[in-house]
Design a protein around this ligand. Structure first.
Ligand SMILES: Nc1ncnc2c1ncn2[C@@H]1O[C@H](COP(=O)(O)OP(=O)(O)OP(=O)(O)O)[C@@H](O)[C@H]1O
Length: 712
């Protein structure tokens, strides 16, 4: 596998015109409103810092010029003691800003710590932390602030910061907890977990970046709120009024009856400073919101050029010099005779455990997947396909429980590992290194605030700590090239890509570590047929080139027949038929399979009647006695109510065989459940299909023709 020269050239072209990550901050400054806000805040900060050097007078020094309005010698006038108000304002900025920023830092830290921890860990920890936050939320904050401040009158700014932190953290924690609860269930967090990312990295890279807008709003709001609280406490005389702050200026103005005597210059500057600083902070907040949210940025401060993803020119050049990463050779392509088993699932049972009892979503499922093989899993909604996929990847979560069965994975070196016995570390290595997953909806499985390249790189960082940055960049570009995405898209956000590109990006994430198996759960469901076809062709091409095996789940039967080597049909949590795709298509053995095939429309060619399947899928908690398909089966007879059919092996005229769980086939030999590796396509036994009335509804058509509707 080589680097794509065209992709690199494209990356170079955009990289030249690009900025690096540092330029992100420059983009923030392109919004005039944000820029004004930042400039104002900066002016206040600078004035606060340089106050001792630029103040014309000592703020406490009295003089004879009492209650003089603004003049050349006292720009903002004087108090009734002749103190210079400009000097008091400058010194006051120090205390007010210190309280504002100090309280915001502590409050935000506490909110993030409690909120994110509670939301992410869940369970009893969440309940306890939420209880604590709720207790603080129901306490009336103003009286509490006044009481606490009254007990700490001489503790200065630090005391006020503590009071504001204690009374103010709970709101932010509650909002962040709610956001974390929703984020941790999102597919991209699941995907990060599945790739083996460590918890702290998931929190830092997936949870927190998606909450930056809330955290920034909380921080900037707390700065304004803390300055106002400090001013209010000082105004009420509950702060140290000998320490100059904008609040103490208002306190002395009020005690000096400035309002009554018309000395507006005494109280207006402090009030105005608080209002202007609050407005400036809000402008900065709007800017951060736009900056963080790529969609807002598109409409706001970003330029077209800035939005085009760019790969750092330096990185790409270094990559070119170093050449492609070393890859392991592709496995031999799959053949029907292959006995090279990579995944062996036996008698697997997965149940959802709830108050109403146990729901067996997957029951006694056995199959083998051979190296390079595509196993298609079909079945109506609710038949247990996704539950099976999650169980074999061990991504199932409570209430799902694997209550029985075995899953064995055979490494390329021939050694076999028990997947169900793996501990967390082994699982972390197994997932993505050996087995990866392409989730159903790429929009949800990709992190909306991370660039595509960064998301692919994350998987590499988690599993290949020894790889340096240029090697990782090379691999990202290589992977994008493999799935046909231009290299310059590495720096695009998910919403900037088409649905097809996003899905291909997900496949690139799945391929990042050269897995042996890829589980694809309806990877093309949300796409139109043209894109769907492109993606399927890409998967097949990659499979042939890289030699991985695929477990492919979809409702689209024609697609499944076209791309699979073997098809397993699930009904009511069980595999009711398993056969080579061609045999399945030409000679479906189970009445349910025949119903499925007959209910699938063709896209062109001669019209045929869609007969469908009468009735609805069964309630897994109350399966009918005997065969679960019996109530819907046109061939059901008395014994079907009494006996749960096992899988029978049915020989095919051409030498293959199918497995079908139907009593119509009792004269066929029962399949040895203990030996599911026996190849249904290469172990001919008696041909009972005709006797079972299986017929050959498609004997004159090929799987491809089912999709197109053409027949020979
Ligand atoms: N969290 C859950 N709690 C209880 N039952 C569940 C849960 N998730 C799924 N089930 C049940 O398990 C059964 C199998 O669900 P599953 O999602 O595996 O089916 P599926 O064939 O993948 O369906 P679809 O094609 O619609 O995704 C369904 O009957 C479903 O109601």
């Amino acid at each position: 596998m080589a680097l794509q020269p065209a992709a690199l050239a494209e990356a170079d072209a955009t990289a030249e015109s690009s900025g690096g990550p540092n330029h992100l901050w420059l983009r923030l400054l392109r919004s005039p409103l944000t820029l004004s806000g930042l400039v104002i805040v900066l002016i206040f900060v600078v004035l606060a810092v340089i106050a001792p050097w630029v103040s014309p007078y000592d703020p406490s020094a009295v003089s004879d010029s009492t209650l003089v309005g603004p003049s050349a010698s006292h720009w903002l006038g004087t108090t009734q003691n002749g103190q210079d108000i400009l000097s008091q304002m400058l010194y006051g900025a120090r205390a007010s800003m210190f309280v504002g920023i100090g309280a915001a830092v502590l409050t935000t830290l506490l909110s993030v710590l409690v909120g994110v921890t509670a939301g992410y860990i869940g369970g009893i920890g969440d309940e306890l932390l939420s209880l604590l936050a709720n207790v603080f939320l129901v306490l009336p904050s103003l009286p509490l602030t006044i009481i606490l401040a009254a007990y700490l009158p001489h503790s200065g700014s630090l005391g006020i910061i503590l009071v504001i932190t204690v009374t103010g953290w709970a709101w932010g924690a509650r909002v962040l907890r709610a956001q974390t609860l929703s984020l941790r269930k999102r597919d991209f967090v699941e995907a990060a977990r599945a790739t083996g990312e460590r918890t702290w990295r998931i929190i830092l890279k997936d949870i927190l970046p998606n909450q930056v807008a809330v955290i920034a709003a909380s921080f900037l709001g707390t700065v304004t709120g803390a300055i106002l609280t400090q001013a209010s406490l000082a105004f009420l005389g509950l702060a140290d009024v000998t320490q100059w702050s904008w609040g103490t200026i208002l306190y002395w103005a009020q005690t000096g009856s400035a309002l009554l005597t018309g000395a507006w210059w005494w109280f207006v500057p402090a009030g105005l400073a608080i209002a202007v600083l609050g407005t400036a902070l809000s402008l900065v907040n709007f800017g951060i919101d736009e900056f963080i949210n790529p969609r807002l940025r598109q409409a706001g401060i970003g330029t077209k050029k800035a939005q085009r993803g760019q790969v750092s020119a330096k990185r790409v050049r270094r990559v070119k010099r170093r050449g492609p990463a070393v890859r392991r050779p592709a496995a031999a392509p799959f053949t029907q005779d292959s006995t090279d088993v990579v995944l062996d699932v036996r008698n697997l049972r997965v149940e959802y455990v709830g108050e109403g009892g146990r729901t067996p979503a997957v029951s006694d499922v056995s199959f083998t997947l051979r190296r390079g093989e595509v196993l298609g899993i079909a079945g109506e909604s609710g038949s247990g396909k996704s539950t099976l996929a999650y169980a074999i990847t061990r991504l199932h979560k409570p209430p799902a429980e694997i209550s029985q069965g075995e899953i064995h994975y055979t490494k390329p070196d021939g050694s076999t590992v028990d997947v169900l016995a793996m501990d967390d570390t082994e699982l972390r290595e197994f997932r993505w290194e050996e087995l990866s997953i392409v989730f159903q909806s790429a929009m949800h499985a990709l992190n909306p605030v991370l660039r595509i390249g960064a998301q692919i790189e994350d998987v590499i960082v988690a599993h290949r700590p020894g790889m340096n940055a240029p090697e990782r960049a090379a691999r990202v570009i290589e992977l994008l090239g493999i799935v046909g995405i231009p290299a310059d898209r590495a720096n695009s956000y998910p919403h900037e890509l088409s649905g097809g590109m996003r899905q291909r990006a997900m496949i690139a994430v799945g391929l990042a570590l050269d897995p042996e198996i890829i589980v694809m759960d309806e990877p093309t469901t949300a796409l139109d047929v043209v894109i769907q076809r492109q993606i399927i062709e890409k998967i097949m091409e990659l499979k042939d080139r890289l030699g991985f095996s695929v477990v492919f789940i979809t409702h689209d039967l024609s697609l499944l027949i076209e791309l699979s080597d073997t098809i397993a049909v699930m009904y009511g949590g069980k595999v009711v038929e398993m056969a080579a795709a061609d045999d399945f298509y030409r000679r479906p053995q189970h009445p349910y399979s025949r119903g499925l095939l007959a209910s699938f429309p063709t896209l062109g060619g001669p019209k045929r009647e869609l007969t469908g399947i009468a009735g609805s899928p069964p309630d897994l908690r109350r399966l009918p006695s005997g065969c679960a398909f019996r109530p819907r089966c046109p061939h059901a007879f008395d014994a079907c109510a009494a006996q749960v059919p096992q899988l029978y092996r049915i020989g095919a005229p051409g030498g293959g065989s199918s497995l079908a769980a139907c009593l119509l086939h009792t004269d066929a030999s029962p399949d040895q459940a203990a030996d599911p590796a026996a190849d249904p396509a290469s172990d001919p036994k008696t041909d009972t299909a005709a006797a079972a009335g299986a017929g050959d509804p498609h004997s004159e058509t090929t799987p491809n023709e089912l999709a197109t509707g053409e027949t020979r």
